[in-house]
Design a protein around this ligand. Sequence first.
Ligand SMILES: [Zn+2]
Length: 181
Amino acid sequence: MQNFLKVPPPPELCYNYPMENTKRYIGKDCPQGHGGERYKSNWRCVRCCQIKKQAAKKAKREANPKKRGRPINPDKKPPTREILREREKRYWSKNQAKRRAKKAKYRAAKIDRMPAWLTENDKWMIKEAHDLAILRTELFGFPWEVDHIIPLRGETVSGLHVPWNLQVIPMIDNRKKGNSV
Ligand SMILES: [Zn+2]
């Protein structure tokens, strides 16, 4: 059978030979609707062969699942709510300054005290201020925070959310100060 199929296809089965230097030719359209691309060696539809090959590969893979990739652990359960919460906590404790800067930005933006002309450098400096607050909190053992020297919502004047209006002070002092300059 195989030998018989090795014989080149008869011309009436081949509409043309656009692929001179390949193992393929354009022949009779495949009944499965894959077009007329066929192998010169066995006249078979290229797409049909690919599908068959893929199916065989899949069957082989399913027959011995242990041989590839990480072994599947059937006992593994999806993470519980506690685990997810723990992961999130870990993420934010690693990115504390980022979170603090984000919150401050949001607060400033809400009352429109963050100028649009801030550069990337300025934004980086704001994040640095929040980093410093965390560092001091750890060093001193009591909470520090980033404060606006001129409050964003002052009674007489309103400051901007810009690096040169920031200072890192103990939280207790900041709360005492309130919104007065
Ligand atoms: Zn086909």
